[in-house]
Structure formats: structure tokens, C-alpha cells
Design a binder for this molecule. Sequence first.
Ligand SMILES: NC(=O)c1ccc[n+]([C@@H]2O[C@H](COP(=O)([O-])OP(=O)(O)OC[C@H]3O[C@@H](n4cnc5c(N)ncnc54)[C@H](OP(=O)(O)O)[C@@H]3O)[C@@H](O)[C@H]2O)c1
Length: 235
Amino acid sequence: MAPVVVLGAGGRTGAECVAALEAAQKEVRAVVRDPAKYADTLGSRKGVELVAGDVADKQSLRSAVAGASGVIFAASGSGYWSAKAVDYEGVVNVAEAVKEAGGQQRVVLVSSCLVSPHNRWNPIRIMLNNFRWSLMDYKYKGEEALRRSGVPYTVVRPAGLTGEPAGQATLQVKQGDRSSGRVSRADVAAVCVAALTAPAARNVTLELMSKPAEGQAAPLAQQLRGLFGGLKPDA
Ligand SMILES: NC(=O)c1ccc[n+]([C@@H]2O[C@H](COP(=O)([O-])OP(=O)(O)OC[C@H]3O[C@@H](n4cnc5c(N)ncnc54)[C@H](OP(=O)(O)O)[C@@H]3O)[C@@H](O)[C@H]2O)c1
């Protein structure tokens, strides 16, 4: 079985993506900058191939995507000046690597609610842009580069991330980047995995959040089956 590549697999959402892929019985290629750091966690798992890779290093990406069935981009810069190289140019590099590999692998990009320029005066967006230099501006540029790249993709823009387990909440998807809220990383991961293959998620940009509690949520697998229906592909 061709593996799914998870870029930033050691991060909090990346690790949830690995777990969601394992739960779906998919082979995983977990890409991290320093495999030694994750030898005890990701390195010991059956069905998980732990490899070194950096989204700023094109050669490492060529190896990372070779023979893969799809790619989840869950990396994000960690230093104050890192957003340009990771959240923007890293996405450009991944799209190029996928194109060189034949251009068939769908890239699911974990982005963020509020990245769109029309939200430029939103105080949360301003705060995030200051927390890491121009983070939201560069994340949007990364999205735009992926949308224009010609490779199949889904852009998942989560609301504020939490550590709740998957399947506790009723999920909702929106388009237009006019809302936010909260959503768990584990639910984001489940949606990313579903987006890799769902026909209705191809070339779609969506916002993802949980609905305010209204009793018991429907089982996650059931929610995922209907989640992408009715979404518009990007123009
Ligand atoms: N926090 C929120 O509420 C929120 C809301 C909406 C969207 N988001 C977005 O959701 C995504 C995931 O967030 P998170 O908090 O789960 O992430 P995270 O825990 O900060 O993990 C990010 C990962 O990216 C990796 N990374 C950094 N630079 C890299 C590079 N050059 N190449 C490859 N990997 C690299 C880091 O790897 P190392 O292990 O090597 O350091 C780290 O494991 C981010 O894009 C974030 O902006 C966050």
C-alpha cells in the first residue's frame, strides 16, 4: 500500500494525523526534521515509516513524496521569522515536489480560519501576525500557491485548536472565511484524512469548527461521510 506522507508529523496536529491514518489502516510516512527526537513515539509504530524531511529542503521533499498516495501538510514554522520559509515557501516546495512526482497526489494543507486578507483588521489575525512575523499573511500566500499549483488539493482551515479527543463534537464546515470558533486537533486530523480521497473535497477550501453542543454528536465516521457534500470547489 502506498503510504500517506505527513509533513510536520511530530507536531500536535501532525501526530493526530498519523494516529488517524493508523486508525484507518493506512501506511504512514511520518516526516520530521529530526527523527531522533521522535524515535520513541513515531519511530516505534508498526505501519509508520519515520523519515527526515524539511519543507524548506526541496531534495528532502522529493524523497518524502516518492511513491506516496497523498500528502498532509501539518508543518508550521516555530521561530519568529519562520512563517515565510515554512508556511508559504514550504507549501510551494511541496507542490513542486508533488508535480515532479507526477502531480497526482492530493495535498491536504492545514491552514487556519481568518487567513484571508478581508479579515486583515480582525484582532485575532493581527495578534497571530505579530506572534510570528506575518504568519497569517504567509499562510494565505501558501494557500494561494497551492490553489494555483495545478496539483489536487484540499485546504482545511481549522478554527482555534483544542486537545479534545476526536468524535466528541458536531463538526461544521463553511466557506468564505467569515467565521471561527473551536475545533479539536483530533477532529481536524480525521477531516484531513477523509479529505485525501473524498471526491467532493478535491480543490476545495473550507473552514472547520465544531458546533455549540446540542446533545450527543453523531458518530464521527457518519459525520465525515456527509461533511464535504455541497462545498464549492475553488474557482
Ligand atoms: N493553534 C491554533 O489554535 C491554530 C488554529 C488554527 C490553525 N492552526 C494551524 O494548524 C497547524 C498545526 O498547528 P499545531 O499547533 O498542531 O502545530 P505544532 O504543534 O506547532 O507543530 C508544527 C510542526 O511543524 C514542524 N515544522 C516546523 N518547521 C518545519 C519545517 N521547516 N519542515 C518540516 N516541519 C516543520 C515542527 O516540527 P519539529 O518537531 O521538527 O519542531 C512541528 O512539529 C499550523 O499550521 C497552525 O498555524 C493553529
